[in-house]
Design a protein around this ligand. Structure first.
Ligand code: HEC
Ligand code: HEC
Length: 211
């Protein structure tokens, strides 16, 4: 115990030491719950064929997943596996994964640096405006996804930078129609329901231009 080493510590240091000790113990106890980056790297070997090395995709058909929130990646993989997010390719990829493998893969990708290889040249003024300011009944995207699209890892709000316009537009339409309704999708469905096709295309163009 810290008290044995520092029998009469100043009150502030004593408290800080106790807190560090406590969070260390809690961290160790939860190591399995939280997932292992090393085990995740191995479990994710086959994913690189589409999602690129360390999750940075060079192929517009496949979204980048590097630097994505672990909570979000785990939620999506579980949804593909359990048939709650439908995609023929990914349901096959996720079907054999255990909950533990999903946690490992999620922390592995969360720990990778997200790199945007080819940001689109032409953004959209309407898209940028909606992204930063929102409008009536549409909350500003930046509030949850960060002004530059970095997302919010602890909250599980996905990073958007590096997503292609086609992928983003499809995702927004899937929230609008209710096809994506699992996990934290409720935070997206109400505002997506308000968006017109033109607004979706404008937002997708702006997001694709984030570097
Ligand atoms: C054959 C190509 C292919 C392979 C291999 C593959 N994926 Fe995917 N992945 C895709 C496609 C295509 C999508 C987009 C699907 C959609 O629109 O729902 C996707 C989507 C995802 C998403 C959701 C991304 C987001 O932004 O919501 C995650 C997470 C993911 N894949 C993880 C993995 C993991 C982990 C593996 C390995 C176990 C893997 N993928 C293997 C093609 C692939
Ligand atoms: C209140 C917080 C919040 C706001 C505001 C918000 N989002 Fe989201 N967004 C989320 C969450 C949480 C998810 C993940 C939902 C899930 O589990 O599928 C998400 C998912 C997404 C995705 C899917 C990403 C992927 O990789 O598949 C896109 C695209 C997206 N949001 C775009 C937007 C846009 C555009 C706006 C503004 C019009 C916006 N969001 C506003 C919280 C928010």
């Amino acid at each position: 115990m810290k008290t044995a080493i520092h029998p009469m510590p100043r009150r502030g240091r004593f408290t800080a030491g106790m807190l560090i000790g406590l969070s260390f113990l809690t961290g160790a106890a939860q190591a399995n719950e939280a997932g292992s980056i090393k085990a995740g790297r191995e479990a994710a070997e086959s994913c690189a064929a589409c999602h690129g090395e360390k999750g940075n995709s060079n192929n517009p058909a496949f979204p980048s997943i590097a630097g994505q929130s672990a909570k979000y990646v785990a939620s999506q993989l579980t949804a593909y596996r359990d048939g709650k997010r439908e995609n023929d390719i990914m349901s096959g990829q996720a079907s054999g994964l255990s909950d533990e493998q999903i946690r490992d893969i999620a922390v592995y990708y969360a720990a990778q640096e997200r790199k945007v290889a080819n940001p689109a040249d032409d953004g959209s003024d309407l898209g940028a405006d909606l992204y930063h300011q929102g409008r009536e009944n549409v909350a500003a995207c930046a509030a949850c996804h960060h002004s530059e699209g970095h997302g919010n890892q602890p909250a599980g709000f996905p990073a958007l930078r590096g997503l292609t316009a086609a992928y983003t537009a499809q995702s927004l339409k899937d929230y609008r129609s209710g096809d994506r309704s699992h996990g934290q999708a409720a935070l997206m469905t109400a505002l997506a329901a308000e968006l017109s096709d033109d607004e979706i295309d404008a937002l997708a163009a702006h997001i694709a231009s984030l570097d």
